[in-house]
Each structure stands twice: as C-alpha cells, then as structure tokens.
Design a binder for this molecule. Sequence first.
Ligand SMILES: *Cc1c(COP(=O)(O)O)cnc(C)c1O
Length: 552
Amino acid sequence: MSKKIKETKVAYFCMEYGLDENLPIYAGGLGILAGDVLKAAKENEYPLIGIGLLWRQGYTNQIIGDDDRPVDTYPRNDHIYDLAEDTGKEITVSIKNKEVICKIYKLDCYDNSELYLLDTNHPDNDGEAKWITGQLYGWFSEERIAQEIVLGIGGIKAMRELDLDIDVYHFNEGHAALAATELIKEKRAKGATFEEALEDVREEVVFTTHTPVPQGNEEHSLKTLEYMGAFNGLTIDQMVRIGGAPFNMTVAGLRLSSVANGVAQLHGETANKMWEDVDDRAPIKAITNGVHLNTWVDQRMIDAYKDKGDLWSTHQEIKSELIDFVADKTGTELDEDKLLIGFARRAAPYKRADLIFSDLEKIRPYFEKGEIQIIFSGKAHPLDDTGKELVEILVEMTKEFPDSVVFLEDYDMEIGRMLTRGVDVWLNNPRRPKEASGTSGMKAAMNGILNVSILDGWWPEACEHGVNGWQFGDAFESEDVEEQDKHDLEALYEVLLEEVLPTYYDKKDKWKKMMRESIASTLERFNAKVMIENYYQMMYSKKVRKNADRKY
Ligand SMILES: *Cc1c(COP(=O)(O)O)cnc(C)c1O
C-alpha cells in the first residue's frame, strides 16, 4: 500500500465498541467488529480513531429468571469513568431545542487506537438529557434519535473541539448518518450551496451496511426527527432527498457516502440487491470482516500449530478449561471425551437457535447418551418477545437433557472467547442469506474448532466441505420459510449424524487433520489486519472516493 494511502486519517463512527468484557459498551457483532478494527489500527499503525458513546448502563445484562424467562437488568457501569480519561473538553448539541452538554472522554487502555466517547451524564444537563447515553439500544424512537444526534452531530463537533484533522468519516452502520448534516452545515457556513456541500461531504464519507434483515435497517418519521432537532438546519425536502420518507438510516448512509461496503462477499451481493431501488447512492463493495488474533485466538493453539505440534492435547486442555467454566456457572459437568458443540448468537428468529431440536424424537437419543453435548449462549433484544421465547425453549432443553445441554446466561466477550476456543464444533444455522458475516465462526476456525454451518455470511469463502469443516443445506433458499427450515433441518441431521459424529468418534486422525486445515485456511486470511488493509485500499483511498461510480 502506498505511504500516502496509509496516512489517510479516519474517524470511525460506531454506536458500540466491544474491546473487553470489562467495558460493557457493546451489544454484539457490530461492536465486536468495531473493537477489533481499533485494535488492528493500533497494532498496524493506521491513523484511525473511534467515536462512540459512553454507555453508563451498557446493553442489557440478561439473566434467566426463576420462571426460566430472560430478565433484563441494567447496572450502572460507573467503573468506565476509571478506565476512560477525561479530556476536559465538552461540546453541546441541540435536542428538542435544548442545549445538551456532552463531555468527551478518551479511552485507549485495551491496545486500541484512541476511542473518543461522548457522555451526556453532566451535572448541568437535566434528568432526561443525563440519560441519553444510558442504555445502548434501549428505549424507543425518540431516545434513539437523541443518541444518534449525540453520536453523529456531537461526534463531528468533538473532532473540531479536539482539533483533530480528519480526511475520512467512516459511518459503521446507519446510526451515525446525522453526522453528515453537521458536515453539510459547516460547508454551507463557508458559502457552499446545499448541492455543493452534499457533493463535498460524499467525498469524505464512507459507509458500511450490516444487516440484510429489512427490519434491522432503522427508520424514523420525519416528524419525530424534526421535533427532536435532527434536521440540524436542513429542510424537510433535503432530508427526504437523503433518507426518504420515512427517513431510513441505511438509505441515508448510502446516499451520503462515496463508497459503501457489505461485510462478506455474499453479503455484498445481497446488499446490492436489497438496495437496488435506491437512486443516487454509493456503490456497495464487499470487504469480509476479520478478527483480532490476540483477542480471540488462544496463543497455545497458535504455538502448537506453528511448531507442528500436537493440536489435540492442546485443544483438550483448553476444552477442559471451558468445562470447568461451565461447571462453575451452571453446575453441569460436561464430558471432555464427548463431542461438544457451541452455539452463541443473538436470539433472533432467523438464526434458528432451536433448529437442532426440531425433530426431538430423532435427536433425543444422542443427547440422552451424551454423544452430542451442546452449549448455548445469547441474549434477546430487550423488546424482542419472540427472541425471548427462543431463549425459553433453549432453557427448557437444558431441563430435558440436564447432562448434555447447557445455556450460559448473559452472553458477553468472555463467554464468546471461552466457547470459540473450547468446544469441538461451531454450529451456525441461519436462514440464508440473512447472516451478514458471522465473526464467531472465524474465531472458532482459527482455534481449530470445526465449523458446521449453512453457506451464509463468511463461510462460503472458506468452506472446503470435509476438509476444514462442513457445510450443510447446499445454499438452498426458499421464500417459503417452512420449506427452507425443513430442508435445512434434514441437511443438518445428515451432516451431523453421518459425517461429524463418525469422524469425531471413529476417525480421530482425520479430525486432527481437519483442525489443522481449519487453522491454516483462516488464520491469515480472516485476520483483522487484512480487513483494515482492504478498508484503506478499497474505501479510504482518496482516488477511490473521488472516482466512485455513483450512477445508481
Ligand atoms: C464474536 C462475537 C460476536 C459476533 O459473532 P457472530 O458470529 O456475528 O454472532 C457477538 N458477540 C460476542 C460476545 C462475540 O464474542
């Protein structure tokens, strides 16, 4: 990469950052990705900084109540104030015609590039304003818009207050789109027309879209946006031109940027189809996510792999640590000589966490004999009742099969790390093509854990069936959800019972070889270092932004 490109100064905007389990300002994959980007930037000396919010209550700490239902709790995480450094600077944003003060904190204690966190918990703010940076993805539309005003508009003002010189603004997901209203305002103050300002802003903005599930792409009514003060000097016609009516944050991201990307090759295609009717938008490229090795891959495994040593005994050692961890948390003693599957993801219906139990009579004997053991973890969004019902089903299954099915409550980075190192198989069965990328599978693969997955997200790029893991479902898709689920269930049982189990129990040498292949085929390729290089080459480069083909 040319020195010039590598010197491009980037401000990365994201609602959440998963840097460490002790810094609970993340909810899931979006935040984990953002945390890994900041670590990769630091490690590889890229001038990229992060902008986010200091979530005093974080995302839900979701535990299982006495009635086996998920219960949301929100402790105050005031220890964040000890981790972050007060820059002494503050800015204000206008929300509902009131000035809200945001303090600016700086955080760089996790080998990450500088992360600036805005906090409305200020003694001079009123009670309502103090809690704008309270709950990540909590509450409703008005609160969310207030949070997006702080992240977007406040984020740009913070850059100016800190005197940071920025070449590119990267909106990671649509939450930060309102930042563009502030950039437009700045340019108009210097005499540009709206059209000129919009053109100039686009050249400085790049955008990443994440979710291929339509409901996941946030929309707000223009009325509410106006009432909240989110127009920030723009007219309603200008707002509609950017985000449509209702105002869609993803559409806005696509119209405000020069280039955009999806987070895996397949997701790039899906996103292009999904947004093909949006005119005057950025082209959507594909940059596959990566993971930060020091955070997610066990050094003992890397050493054993590099020394051409015995992966199996190293794996068994790490597996037994996981088994102890599970026993401490739940009292269940899993068997280290039996196959152990891991499944951890947000409890969203399309991820089908309960698929494996769909034909209970068929699969029952395997769980009863303990030939298959499985550990689940995952939170449902606090307002998602269907997701919570899914968790209840999983908890029910732990009662049905108390020695071989486990549910770990309050999924977080520690659980994620333990599981993606210590199980034997990483199971992933979303309804294709709804999984954008799925970095947990990469973490697992790099630790020698074999993926058993639908060909969705990143997996089509890496999967060599029977060599470094297994696919099932043959990329089948159907409009008919029942048909798709039935097809995928049969495929799951077939691969599990006819390939995975026999290999595990009867062909250990083949299994060990596959573990080595799993690491060999992923360790370099899905390293966050490659991802950030791609962002610089394909998105941040000035030439790319200037010459972007926006004829859509
Ligand atoms: C890795 C990780 C994720 C993202 O993984 P997906 O495969 O996208 O589900 C989410 N949450 C935690 C805690 C993680 O460690």
